[in-house]
Ligand binder design. Structure first.
Ligand code: IPE
Ligand code: IPE
Ligand code: MG
Length: 247
């Protein structure tokens, strides 16, 4: 069992309600050690556990993890299968933990493209965990932000064509209400591991005003300590939303 986290020394004054993470660098972590890429993904699953725990301890209500993008389907079949098996295994192993810790599981993306076995497990756990929860874990799976926005545009157009919605009234709120998880607040903090300075088609709409935190640490090495460091960095940022510094 991991040691309890002592965050008393550096209490986080302003804890973001929603943190989104691009979990990157599993392959390079493995490569550096002369291991197959899948070993990096396996260690990455341990980081998911650690970060879930840290986020809950800090009081983060929503945690979104980018686990598989619409673009990731082009990876070798073996790697895609390995990732899907890891996902299924993760649900088997941590179902109890998720329920005990009142964590609701939600999925954002093309769930219908995932293997049947994975879909079934996800659907079951999403249902079970929605009954009594305090925290929400959102896993972005076969997710692409441009696709999400295009899907929203299509849904809005359909309503307009049916006369259910006046096109003249379409505003930012209308678009936000037609994204995959309209009830979830926008992330205040977006973390990307492994040093890449790009969004890779992740939550383009929702991250409009998020603070971005990029660390060189590869995802398999990103654990409780690194998560708290990100929260501390977030606390040092001055968020202005287009306004001016007031103090
Ligand atoms: C992130 O690690 C996990 C997924 C995208 C599924 P990568 O597999 O992208 O690792 P690198 O970027 O090749 O090191
Ligand atoms: C982004 O990582 C997607 C996930 C973390 C799931 P990638 O490794 O796929 O991103 P690129 O290809 O470097 O932009
Ligand atoms: Mg990558």
């Amino acid at each position: 069992m991991a040691a309890p986290i002592d965050n008393q020394k550096s209490p986080i004054a302003n804890v973001p309600r929603h943190v989104a993470i691009i979990m990157d660098g599993n392959g390079r972590w493995a490569q550096q050690r002369g291991l197959p890429r899948i070993k990096g993904h396996e260690q990455g699953a341990e980081s998911v556990r650690a970060v879930l725990r840290a986020a809950r301890q800090a009081g983060v209500k929503y945690l979104t993890l980018y686990a598989f993008s619409t673009e990731n389907w082009i990876r070798p079949k073996d790697e895609v299968e390995g990732l899907m098996n890891l996902l299924a295994g993760f649900m088997d192993h941590y179902e109890g933990d998720l329920l005990k810790n009142k964590i609701r599981l939600r999925v954002m993306g093309q769930i219908e493209r995932l293997p049947q076995k994975v879909q079934k497990k996800l659907t079951k756990l999403m249902e079970k965990s929605a009954k009594d929860y305090e925290y929400t874990l959102i896993v972005a799976l076969s997710y692409g932000s441009r696709l999400e926005i295009a899907d929203a545009a299509r849904a809005i157009a359909r309503k307009a064509a049916k006369g259910e919605l006046d096109p003249e009234t379409v505003n930012e709120e209308t678009v936000a209400q037609h994204l995959y998880l309209p009830d979830v607040p926008d992330p205040e903090l977006m973390i990307r591991t492994s040093g890449e300075l790009r969004l890779s088609n992740f939550m383009l709409w929702q991250l409009s005003y998020a603070e971005l935190y990029v660390t060189d640490v590869f995802w398999p090495d990103f654990r409780e300590r690194e998560f708290f460091q990100a929260l501390e960095a977030f606390n040092r940022r001055g968020r202005r939303y287009g306004g001016i510094v007031t103090q």
